[in-house]
Design a protein around this ligand. Structure first.
Ligand code: FNR
Length: 180
């Protein structure tokens, strides 16, 4: 069984990106499991808090999930043409101390959804410098930018557009195959 930790960078109830991640988990091929983690409850990084109290519970949970995963799938919103601070804050916390070694050499794929025309292209590109610093292994063979998300998801953020579901299934299968 290939295990992939999936993280959405949105806390919004009807988030397109969380819906995209749920759909990815549903569409994962046989032998592949996408475990849906959550950045909810991760506090803003504060070095004094870290020194006094160590790793927050929500971060320790994410790190344990990453330790047990063969790959990481980041499903990113785009804010002001970049990575949402909430999402990067969670990864920053996870990379502290012993957490850093969990990222090294781990396969990672990035996708994302936005209501605009460009489907998180710039946020996905923005992630690359972070992933390089974490010594991860980005998967380059497929790209999935989900644009015009308002037409593709229902009011609860479920991905209902069949053509996008097919593209997503191919994306997930390609990434999983590359992990082996
Ligand atoms: C956005 N949004 C946005 N969208 C985009 O395609 N490019 C962008 O640069 C931005 N910038 C931006 C900044 C801020 C502060 C917010 C709150 C939003 C719109 C964004 O794509 C939209 O809110 C999505 O619905 C966010 O993803 P979720 O929450 O649906 O997963």
């Amino acid at each position: 069984m290939t295990k992939i930790l999936g993280l959405s960078g949105s806390l919004r109830r009807a988030s397109f990106n969380s819906g995209l991640l749920r759909a990815a988990a549903e569409l994962a091929p046989d032998g592949v499991e996408i475990i849906i983690g959550s950045i909810a409850g991760v506090p803003l990084y504060d070095g004094d808090d870290e020194a006094a109290n160590g790793t927050p519970t929500a971060v320790a949970t994410l790190n344990a999930q990453l330790a047990g995963a063969d790959g990481l799938l980041l499903v990113t919103p785009e804010y002001n043409n970049g990575i949402p601070g909430t999402f990067k804050n969670a990864i920053d916390w996870m990379s502290r101390g012993d957490g850093l070694r969990l990222f090294k050499g781990k396969p990672v794929a990035v996708t994302g959804a936005s209501p605009g025309n460009f489907g998180t292209t710039l946020a996905q590109t923005h992630w690359l410098q972070v992933l390089r610093t974490l010594n991860m292994r980005p998967w380059w063979d497929g790209r999935l930018m989900v644009s015009r998300a308002g037409d593709l998801f229902d009011a609860d953020g479920n991905l209902t557009d069949q053509a996008t579901r097919k593209r997503l299934a191919e994306f997930v299968a390609g990434f999983a195959t590359s992990i082996g």
